[in-house]
Design a protein around this ligand. Structure first.
Ligand code: PMP
Length: 412
């Protein structure tokens, strides 16, 4: 094992665990990545030395906590190359961020007859808020389909995006197909038609450098737990001019400028969107996650994941009886591999792998319209991260072969 990777693995105590008497091989990183000690320690240190509510008290601890919390916003701004920290809204996760945009910007700007364009590969988090909005407003929801290689069909996008389009909502990376979508081209199509683009970055963030300005994204949503951070914290990036015009999402403490018996005025952005006590500890953990990623280096992280996939993909493709979903050209893939094994239900395959300590996901991956398009109900998904090794990949591949032979003998 590469010495650097061993050092990285040492930061993740969970990787030393055994599952069903075998060493844990964690290949469900697309669902949730593991947390390094540095992140848990940072959160614990905060609780032991700074814990207080933010933006409220005049006492010293409260001021320290506020300063710390706000410094994370600055850090996130730099991490995604936003122009201003005012463009960074803390949310409870990617799902919350996407609902925020649909229920504020969407509610304000969509009218009967307008069109909202999503891709067929969207996670339900980036589909249902738009589907419901379209229903409420008597707008039309249109889907960009897949091309022959099972990636986003840009030619179809050009047909579907028209002057009637007001919002385009697309994932930067699919959680099933593993394809990396052409966000900049879609953003330019959106802007040529005076529409905005909402990017679901859940599977992109922490895997490669995300530059919201270069992508020309109007909104960009992601979660902390998929980038080595804690659960319950996420981010919505929004262009300041757009955020300023949007109505608040939730109402309550801390998001107001002034309240009278008759009404209220709102705090400036981003506080306007952060009603109530935020997940302060989660934000501190998010800072730790960014520190971890920057310590490893995003280029190295991307290269390492790419090398692992370049190693696994040709080998897994040689196992007869597997069907793969998403583009087969490995240079276009993220570190997600979705597949099915002939004659074995994905849940049975995942359970058999679990018996060997190998944790993969099986199911519809919250992407049922995509499953329908692919003609399946569910798939198995293995997703790799910086702490996975070639040795683990080999064990995964061998386990697949053994399980396949076992089930084939059972069926004979
Ligand atoms: N979009 C995509 C592409 C995802 O993979 C996920 C998580 N599976 C989400 C959105 C939702 O993220 P969360 O559950 O953290 O809100």
């Amino acid at each position: 094992m590469d010495k650097n990777i061993k050092q990285i693995r040492d930061n993740f105590p969970i990787l030393k665990r055994k599952i069903n008497d075998s060493p844990l091989i964690y290949l469900d990183n697309a669902a949730t990545a593991q947390i390094p000690v540095s992140v848990s320690k940072k959160m614990m240190d905060f609780d032991e030395t700074y814990r207080a509510n933010v933006h409220r008290g005049v006492h010293t601890l409260g001021m320290w906590a506020t300063k710390y919390y706000e410094s994370v916003r600055e850090k996130v701004k730099d991490f995604i190359h936003a122009k201003s920290e005012r463009e960074i809204v803390f949310t409870s996760g990617c799902t919350d961020s996407l609902n925020l945009v649909a229920n504020t910007y969407g509610e304000q700007n969509i009218q009967a007859g307008d069109e909202i364009v999503v891709s067929i590969m969207e996670h339900h988090s980036n589909l249902l808020p738009w589907q419901q909005l379209a229903m409420r407003k008597h707008a039309k929801l249109k889907f960009i389909e897949l091309d022959q290689e099972q990636k986003l069909d840009l030619a179809d996008a050009k047909k579907k995006i028209t002057p009637k389009t007001k919002i385009i909502a697309v994932a930067q990376v699919s959680n099933v197909l593993g394809c990396i979508n052409p966000i900049k081209e879609l953003a330019q199509l959106a802007h040529q038609n005076n529409a905005v683009i909402v990017v679901d970055g859940a599977q992109a963030i922490g895997h490669f450098d995300v530059n919201v300005q270069e992508l020309e994204a109007d909104f960009y949503a992601f979660s902390g737990h998929k980038m080595f951070g804690p659960d319950g914290i996420g981010v919505l990036y929004g262009r300041k001019k757009l955020l300023e015009k949007m109505p608040p999402y939730r109402l309550g403490g801390e998001m107001i400028a002034n309240v009278t018996r008759e009404g209220a005025t709102w705090a400036p952005v981003p506080q306007k969107f952060e009603a109530g006590t935020p997940n302060i500890e989660g934000a501190i953990g998010l800072e730790g996650a960014i520190d971890f990623i920057e310590h490893v280096g995003l280029d190295k992280l991307r290269q390492y994941e790419q090398d692992l996939i370049d190693y696994v993909f040709p080998k897994i493709q040689k196992i007869a009886g597997l069907t793969f979903y998403g583009p087969q050209n490995i240079s276009e893939r993220s570190s997600v591999i979705s597949f099915n094994m002939q004659g074995i239900h994905p849940h049975d395959l995942a359970t058999a792998l679990d018996l060997e300590g190998i944790e993969v996901r099986a199911g519809h991956h919250c992407a049922q319209p995509l499953m329908e398009t692919l003609g399946v109900e569910s798939t198995v998904r293995a997703s790799f991260a910086i702490y996975n090794t070639q040795e683990e990949a080999d064990k995964f591949l061998s386990a697949l072969v053994v399980i396949k032979e076992f089930f084939q003998n059972e069926l004979r």
